[in-house]
Structure formats: C-alpha cells, structure tokens
Design a protein around this ligand. Sequence first.
Ligand SMILES: Nc1ncnc2c1ncn2[C@@H]1O[C@H](COP(=O)(O)OP(=O)(O)OP(=O)(O)O)[C@@H](O)[C@H]1O
Ligand SMILES: [Mg+2]
Length: 295
Amino acid sequence: MTLFKEKSSRIFMDTKWLQPLSDPPSGKPLCRDTSLKLMADFLSDVFTTGQARNLFIFGKPGTGKTVCVQYLLSEINKYAKETKAPISAVYVNAGRTRTPYYTMLEIVKGSGLKVPDAGWQMFRLKMAFENTLRDKAVVIAIDEVDAILAKEKEPLVYYLNRQPKTTLILISNRIEDATQLPERALSTLQPKLISLDPYKPEEIKEILLDRVKHTFHSDVLPDNLLGEIARITSEAGDLRLGFSILLSAGYSAEKAGKARIEEEDVKSAIKGESKLDILKKMEALREQLQKLRKG
Ligand SMILES: Nc1ncnc2c1ncn2[C@@H]1O[C@H](COP(=O)(O)OP(=O)(O)OP(=O)(O)O)[C@@H](O)[C@H]1O
Ligand SMILES: [Mg+2]
C-alpha cells in the first residue's frame, strides 16, 4: 500500500496561502496603505540622518502588525540597496527568542555579522553590534516585544535605544506595554504610537478574496459564501479565522468529491471551528500572561 501519492485536486490550486503565517500573495499587505505610509514617513529620516523616531505599533491579533512591519523592513532594505545607503533593517520575534540574550543574538546575526549560536556572552554580542554601527545605521523591529520587556532591570530595548544610528520598531498587542514602561524609559524611547485598527468588513472580504483567488480553482467558492465567511471573520477580528474556515470548507468539499464549495461545507467548517472559542480563550490567557509577566 502506498501511503502517499501525488494527488490532483478539483478544489485547491495551492493551500499555502491560507496558512496562518503565510505572506500576502503579492508580497504587499492590502488595505494598509495609510498605515504603511505613516510608518514610512516616520522612518524616512533613517535615509538622511541615519536615525529616525522609534515606533511602537500595537493592535489586536491578526490585524497585520507582523506582515506590515516585515514589508516595511524589506522596503527599507531594498531602497538602501538601490541607493547604496549603509542601512540594514532587522526583524526579530521576541515571542520566539524569549530571552534578551537570544533576542540580541538574532539582532546581531540579522545585522550581517557571523556569530556562533552559543558561546558568546552578552557583552561580546553588544561589542560586535556597536562595531557594526561604525559603518551603518540599523532599524530593528522587535515583534511581540512584551515577551522581553519585563525580564530585566535594564531591558535590552533601553540598551539598543542608547546606541547611535539605531531605530527601534516595537510591536505588541497592547498599548499598555508602551505606556506602562518606566518613566525614564518612556522619556528616552519617546516612541511614536501607531495603532493598527481591526479591518473593516469590506477590507476583510478584499483580503480573503485575494487569498481565495490564489488558493482555489476559479468558481470554486461562490461570492455569497465568501461574504458570510468575511462577516464571521470580521466579528472575530482575526483574519486567520477566515483563512482557517476557507481551508476547512475546501477540504470538506474535496472529501465529498465536489467541484465547488457549498453552503454545507462552510457551515461544517464554521462548526468545527473551535477556533472561535479558542480565540476567546487565547485572549483571556494572553491577558493572564501579561499580568504574570508584569507581576
Ligand atoms: N493587510 C493584509 N493583507 C494581506 N494579508 C494580511 C494582511 N493583514 C494580515 N494578513 C495576513 O493575516 C495573517 C495574520 O497577520 P499578522 O501575522 O501580520 O497579524 P498580527 O497583527 O501580527 O497578529 P498577532 O498579534 O497574533 O501577532 C498573516 O497570514 C498575514 O499575511
Ligand atoms: Mg504578529
């Protein structure tokens, strides 16, 4: 018996566009032009003076914080290359690196330095980082920054902020992570607060439609069903819910040997979407975690 064989699908062209961490098919986030322009305007000083104002970007889960900032960083790197400006933009997710040490390690590696994964002490990482700043400016985005903010007496972000030619973009779900920083930190960081508000229902629909076009064969998903999925997604506020419902509805239709997704597939996808509950539970857990970190 062969467990795996290549299968052709009447429903799917490519499921990767509905994965929770998938990038926008065109590379650029949709419906966020105003926010992207606002962030770019603040950061543009990097190209003239090597230093721009720090940004603190906040918004609920699934509002595009990560994807917008990653797009911004890739545009900075692209423009720096075109204009031969000595600037590098680095992304690190503190929710994944967890500790200030591993966060710093990622930043140093992202700045183009070759560093072993273990063995170097923090002071050596810092020295290496300071050396690179002699020849270039660095824009550092720290995603899920709340994971490291409360971990040290002298948090990494203060250290980075004191370095010349270093601009920070801090990202978190909650504005409180910025406003509750100690007075001294706030006055030196002086971050510009930028909120990514939940998408409007029509924006959700536009973003989901783009994914649908890249995921399903044409005419697989009727427009009224997409509308229903967009409505539920916008109630939950997290785009990933829409991705997940679309994917399950597609699998349901495929399993039944259909060529199109029907209402019953969407209904069963929504029903099986314990994610609606999970989202609520995650929100509650997140709040508890934030409190624990602060406590
Ligand atoms: N404007 C957009 N255009 C296209 N895709 C988007 C857009 N915004 C978000 N997405 C997609 O939705 C998913 C979630 O977005 P993202 O990871 O940026 O959210 P987030 O705000 O960082 O959430 P969290 O707080 O949970 O980290 C990703 O797959 C992303 O590509
Ligand atoms: Mg994110």
